[in-house]
Design a binder for this molecule. Structure first.
Ligand code: GDP
Ligand code: MN
Length: 382
């Protein structure tokens, strides 16, 4: 789960990372009131779950409360890479002498948290990594050995942080690691980490991703999710406890088990189609689960055919077939569905479907045939 900048900064503040004072605003009027309360110049910042807001015109300085209202009116409703701005963060403006970059993320290859620090911040870190990779100090740490102050000292040394700033930067690195650990984060990124003309160091931005599987340990963070910004199908699937990933194509995919669903995506691509989603109903495939899954899939207007791929191991294909029949009874799902059943009790399952012969349901024996049929029924992508 990704957090908005202002939510990440709330967590930063809780763990002792210095941030600027600010307020959330949903309207130009609230932006004006926030600016008046903060006093002096402010920055009006679009809160969207994507980076590069500055370049997209989503971050603007305002000298007075009236200007803050004007900038807010310009930014609200802006589309930043597909994210419409509905929330603003009004923050006391900072004077910036230099911009650094700091992050903690997981390096899956090394199976360790990776710290990165560079004095070439502010811009896209990918650009720095490309043009001047040696400018980025990188350090992996052993999560079992825990925190040790040398980690922060070593990073500052490698990144050539000026001596006068080291104490502050080290304290921020240590606090950031505590934030990362104690929030079960996958990413904590500060870009830019600024140095003010007075030599004060502060997090001016925050990118914060928390491990979804750890959210039950953090009800406060789980409560930060912006339900209005979520994809409607993903939202519905989450409520029903289904594993669902939205993709771009036209064939809705339903299977039991992540491995099978992933290979189904490949076979649909092989057949010349594009998957509209990834929906894993898991081991169980009872009528209610199938009803829920079909409801999620068919609520996506891009879906023009459904491929239901089941491999029966412990799951029995005849039970799945019965589940499909129960789920379809008296219901028009509006799009054709191809069913492939293989494994335990597949003969019985296919017979059940053949005997009932529900409208719009096509049974195929193999995964490839099923994928071809589904792609054909979905028609050529518009
Ligand atoms: P991003 O574009 O989504 O990464 O948003 P940031 O919060 O990182 O802001 C982008 C840029 O706007 C920063 O790198 C700064 O150069 C500038 N900026 C943001 N806040 C302030 C501020 O308080 N004062 C000044 N002078 N510039 C700011
Ligand atoms: Mn930034």
């Amino acid at each position: 789960m990704d957090l908005y900048e202002y939510q990440g900064k709330q967590l930063f503040a809780r763990f002792g990372i210095p941030v600027s004072e600010g307020r959330v605003a949903l309207t130009p009027g609230e932006a004006k009131a926030a600016a008046a309360e903060l006093g002096g110049p402010v920055v009006v910042k679009a809160q969207v779950l994507t980076g590069g807001r500055g370049k997209a015109g989503g971050i603007k300085l305002a000298a007075t409360p009236d200007e803050a209202a004007e900038r807010a009116a310009e930014i609200l409703g802006l589309d930043i890479r597909g994210h419409v701005v509905r929330t603003l963060w009004i923050e006391r403006a900072s004077d910036i002498e230099r911009e650094y970059y700091f992050s903690i993320t997981f390096d899956r290859g090394a199976k360790r948290p990776l710290f990165m620090l560079t004095t070439s911040g502010g811009v896209d870190i990918e650009e720095v990594a490309e043009s001047d990779p040696d400018a980025i100090a990188r350090l992996h740490i052993d999560p079992l050995a825990g925190w040790h102050p040398w980690i922060a000292r070593e990073l500052c040394f490698r990144a050539a942080i000026p001596a006068a700033e080291r104490k502050q930067v080290m304290a921020i690195i240590e606090a950031a690691y505590r934030t990362f650990r104690e929030s079960d984060a996958m990413l904590v990124e500060i870009n830019p980490l600024i140095v003010t003309p007075d030599g004060e160091i502060r997090a001016l931005d925050s990118k914060f991703t928390v491990d979804d599987n750890a959210l039950m340990r953090h009800p406060d963070i789980a409560g930060m999710r912006d339900l209005a910004a979520a994809d409607p199908q993903e939202q519905m699937a989450r409520e029903k406890g289904l594993t669902y990933v939205k993709l771009d194509g036209e064939v809705g995919i339903l299977g039991n088990g992540a491995g099978l669903v992933m290979s189904t995506l490949d076979v649909v691509a092989q057949a010349g189609g594009h998957a509209a989603n990834f929906l894993d109903v898991g081991g169980g495939a009872q009528a209610q689960e199938i009803v829920d899954a079909l409801e999620v899939i068919t609520s996506d207007p891009k879906v023009r055919a459904i491929l239901f791929n089941i491999f029966g191991g412990i799951t029995r294909c005849d039970e799945v077939a019965q589940g499909i029949l129960d789920a379809l009874s008296g219901r028009d799902i509006g799009v054709p569905m191809v069913v492939r059943l293989d494994g335990t009790s597949d003969e019985e399952g296919r017979k059940l479907l053949a005997d009932a012969n529900p409208p719009g349901v096509h049974v195929e024996r193999t995964m490839l045939d099923a994928a071809r049929r589904a792609v054909e029924l979905a028609g050529a992508p518009a």
